[in-house]
Design a protein around this ligand. Structure first.
Ligand SMILES: [Zn+2]
Ligand SMILES: [Zn+2]
Length: 261
C-alpha cells in the first residue's frame, strides 16, 4: 500500500509537541510515512528543524517562514537568523508565508512586504513555497504578477478561496492543499474546488492541531487523522483510494523533493 503524506502539520505547536513520540508513532502505524512540520515564526521554524532532526528517520521534514499573522515580528527585513535556517538540509520548503486579511494580527501592508521578501528568499534558497492565503486573493495574485513564482514551486495550503481563485492558482501551475475542511458539512464550496483540481495538483494535509476532520471536528487534530482526509478526497474526486494515495505521494515527493525511499 502506498503510504500517506501529511503535507502540512504543526507538530511544533503547544498542543502536539509535548507528546511527539506518541503522535508520530500513531501516525506511522496508520501509514503516514511523511510529515511536513511547518514554521510560522522564527521560534517555531527552529522547532520544526529540531523535530525533523530528532525524527528524521521517521520521515519528518521542516519548512521555515513567517506566517502573515506574525509578519510584524520581522518588520522591514528578514533577520539573518531566519534566512540561515533555509540552509539546513532537513528544510524542504519556505512557509508558511502569505496574506491573511481575516484577522488583522499584522497590518496588510506589512503582510505584503514580508510575503515579497520571503518569495525572494525562497528563490535564493531554491526551495518551494507553502502559501497561506485567506480572504486576500486579489492582493496575492497582484504580488505574484510582480514577483512571479515558478510553476510547480508553490502550494496554496488549506485552500479556502472561490472556484475562480482556485483556477487562477492552477493557471499559475501551483498545487492546492486540502485538509479536514473537505469533510465539513457546510464546505461544498471547498469540495467543488477540490473536484475541479487535477489530481496531479493535489496536496493533502491535516494542518494539525487545527481543523480536525469529521468525526473529530473541534478536537485536537494530529497527523493520525490523515487517512480520513485521503478517503474524503478520493470521494470528492471520484477515484479509488489507491489512486488517490499514489497521486498524492507522487505530488508530495516531487513538490518537496522528498527522497522517494
Ligand atoms: Zn495556514
Ligand atoms: Zn499551518
Amino acid at each position: 500500500m502506498t503510504p500517506y503524506i501529511d503535507g502540512h502539520c504543526h507538530l511544533n505547536s503547544p498542543e502536539l509537541r509535548g507528546e511527539l513520540d506518541r503522535h508520530i508513532d500513531e501516525a506511522r502505524s496508520a501509514g503516514v510515512q511523511r510529515m511536513l512540520v511547518v514554521g510560522t515564526d522564527l521560534r517555531t521554524s527552529e522547532e520544526a528543524i529540531s523535530i525533523s532532526k530528532g525524527y528524521f528517520d521517521s520521515g519528518i521534514r521542516a519548512s521555515v517562514g513567517i506566517h502573515p499573522h506574525d509578519a510584524s515580528s520581522v518588520s522591514s527585513s528578514l533577520p539573518e537568523e531566519l534566512t540561515d535556517l533555509a540552509k539546513d538540509p532537513v528544510v524542504v520548503a519556505i512557509g508558511e508565508i502569505g496574506l491573511d486579511y481575516h484577522y488583522d494580527y499584522s497590518p496588510c501592508k506589512v503582510q505584503r512586504d514580508v510575503m515579497i521578501s520571503q518569495i525572494l528568499w525562497a528563490e535564493e534558497a531554491d526551495l518551494p513555497i507553502v502559501f497561506h492565503v485567506r480572504e486576500a486573493f486579489d492582493d496575492f495574485f497582484s504580488i505574484l504578477r510582480d514577483y512571479p513564482v515558478d510553476p510547480e514551486r508553490a502550494v496554496v495550503h488549506c485552500f479556502s478561496g472561490s472556484l475562480e481563485e482556485a483556477k487562477s492558482c492552477l493557471d499559475l501551475g501551483f498545487y492546492l492543499g486540502f485538509g479536514g475542511m473537505i469533510t465539513f458539512k457546510k464546505a461544498d464550496g471547498i469540495r467543488e474546488c477540490l473536484a475541479s483540481c487535477p489530481i496531479d495538483r493535489v496536496i493533502l494535509e491535516t494542518d494539525s492541531p487545527w481543523l480536525a476532520p469529521v468525526p473529530f471536528r473541534g478536537k485536537i487534530n494530529s497527523p493520525l487523522n490523515m487517512p480520513l482526509i485521503y478517503k474524503a478526497a478520493a470521494e470528492v474526486l471520484k477515484v479509488r483510494d489507491s489512486v488517490m494515495a499514489d497521486a498524492v505521494w507522487t505530488n508530495g515527493v516531487n513538490f518537496y523533493r522528498w527522497e522517494n525511499e
